[in-house]
Design a protein around this ligand. Structure first.
Ligand code: ATP
Ligand code: MG
Length: 437
């Protein structure tokens, strides 16, 4: 067993006051009941890197049931990995019980942890001590324990020096750690992009070799990871990392196959521009929706299927619908997309047909459609990429800015002289009455 080092974080600019009140209170409460408790993971890492942590995670030797008893406003969640969500005011803090390391799990015959045939951890609910817990964490920089009462950081794996050097490396044998949980490869792409860390090229090469292991990960878990990856505020960098590590093609196989160089062109590519747009919105504190992300990443699959670039004639809504169902149906085999999200993706794509057609009678309804904004933003991306005439995109921009009378004039101007001439309707044939009527 390795001997941990104790550091004085204040000497490295880490202030207890930067820690959320809720997290401090939880640690205080657990310790007052005789348990061990400290902050762990990304929050300690981020504070040492002078970044604002996304959330605060607490580790303890109290079991989930014991944590539940200490905090009235708490609930146990997760199956694969049971933790407790404790509510403190508006904050929700994750409290996890120390786990036994994978090595010690192997030695136990009747435990609650199980591995798949390929070595993937299916459940990880064998509790242990902190000395064991540290070795089942993924990276050295994620394995620092910060006691906010004593104001000390405990470091077993030289994580602190890796934080200072901005190096991301696995605890233990990388190949084994990836086999245990292939999602760790995605975590590399995320932390590397978000925190600007150095990753050993040998480790990246290993990820390329092991990328196929992502196929064993449940699609629902991959959906959660995709959102963490692309809604991190660094979607463009994440995308490039995933591609260079050979991971993107495992997550979005069809999209990866059909992307052409213009899609990923940094100046005008729809994928690039879409991801940039997401990063900008996050930076400005604006909301982002998962559907827009999937609409961007999978658009080329749809447009290829419809041969949009070759057709002179616009496609019908029915054709768009069929193509969308086909593309999404294949995609969910790798990454689950909940129905509430896939219906919005389809709305955004449908909207492309409607917005391009600019049928005078439908304009008002379209402007009031609850997906208009997302559809319009998507149209702008396509117009920047040269897929839609600028004139059409500008028209939609303008109609949102003018007053009602001007809007009516704009709509009237769409109606060319041909369609203005009244077509004579043939009178409807009357249905013969049935004898019983
Ligand atoms: P962030 O919250 O900024 O995304 P994080 O490192 O805190 O980053 P979490 O998913 O919140 O990530 O996990 C908290 C901690 O739990 C991690 O720092 C790590 O120690 C451990 N952990 C999370 N996922 C894994 C995993 N798949 N394998 C091993 N350890 C993990
Ligand atoms: Mg975290």
């Amino acid at each position: 067993m390795s001997i941990p080092r104790t550091l004085r974080p204040a000497e490295h600019g880490l202030q207890v006051s930067s820690v959320s009140k809720g997290a401090r209170k939880i640690i205080e409460e657990l310790k007052s009941k005789g348990f061990q408790a400290e902050l762990v993971g990304g929050c300690v890492r981020d504070l040492l890197l002078n970044k604002i942590p996304k959330d605060f995670d607490v580790a303890t030797n109290a079991t989930p049931e014991q944590v539940r008893q200490v905090f009235a406003r708490s609930r146990i969640i997760g199956r694969r990995f049971r933790i407790v969500h404790v509510r403190m005011g508006r904050e929700v803090i994750e409290v996890s019980t120390y786990r036994a390391s994978s090595e010690s799990i192997d030695l136990k015959a009747d435990d609650d942890s199980s591995y798949s045939a390929s070595g993937r951890i299916l459940r990880d609910n064998v509790f242990g001590s902190r000395d064991q817990d540290v070795f089942r964490r993924d990276f050295t920089i994620n394995a620092l324990y910060y006691d906010t009462e004593l104001n000390t950081v405990t470091d077993y794996v030289d994580g602190f020096s890796d934080v200072k050097k901005q190096v991301l490396q696995f605890i233990g044998d990388p190949a084994r750690r990836i086999e245990e949980d292939p999602v760790r490869m995605l975590r590399i792409a995320r932390f590397k992009s978000k925190l600007d860390l150095f990753v050993d090229p040998a480790c990246e090469a290993l990820c390329r070799e092991c990328a196929y292991l992502l196929r064993q990960v449940p699609p629902a878990r991959l959906f959660d990871e995709i959102l963490k990856l692309f809604h991190s505020g660094f979607a463009v960098r994440v995308f490039l990392e995933l591609r260079s590590m050979g991971l993107f093609s495992e997550l979005f196989p069809e999209a990866d196959r059909v992307f052409n160089s213009s899609d990923i062109d940094p100046d005008s590519g729809i994928v690039f521009k879409g991801l940039e747009n997401t990063d900008r919105r996050i930076d400005e504190g604006k909301p982002v929706i998962a559907a827009f992300l999937f609409a961007v990443l999978l658009w080329r699959c749809v447009s290829r299927r419809l041969r949009l670039s070759e057709l002179e004639k616009p496609v019908s809504l029915m054709q768009m619908h069929h193509a969308a169902i086909d593309v999404l149906g294949r995609q969910v085999q790798r990454v689950a997309i909940p129905r509430r999200i896939s219906t919005v993706v389809m709305d955004i794509w449908d909207m492309q047909v409607r917005l391009e057609a600019r049928r005078p009678r439908t304009i008002k309804r379209l402007l009031e459609h609850k997906r208009f904004r997302a559809g319009y933003d998507f149209l702008l991306l396509r117009s920047q990429a040269g897929e839609v005439k600028t004139e059409i995109a500008d028209w939609w921009t303008q109609i949102q800015e003018v007053n009602d009378e001007q809007a009516i004039l704009m709509i009237q101007a769409l109606t060319g002289p041909k369609s203005q001439s009244k077509r004579r309707r043939r009178p409807r044939k009357r249905q013969p009455r049935r004898p019983s009527e």
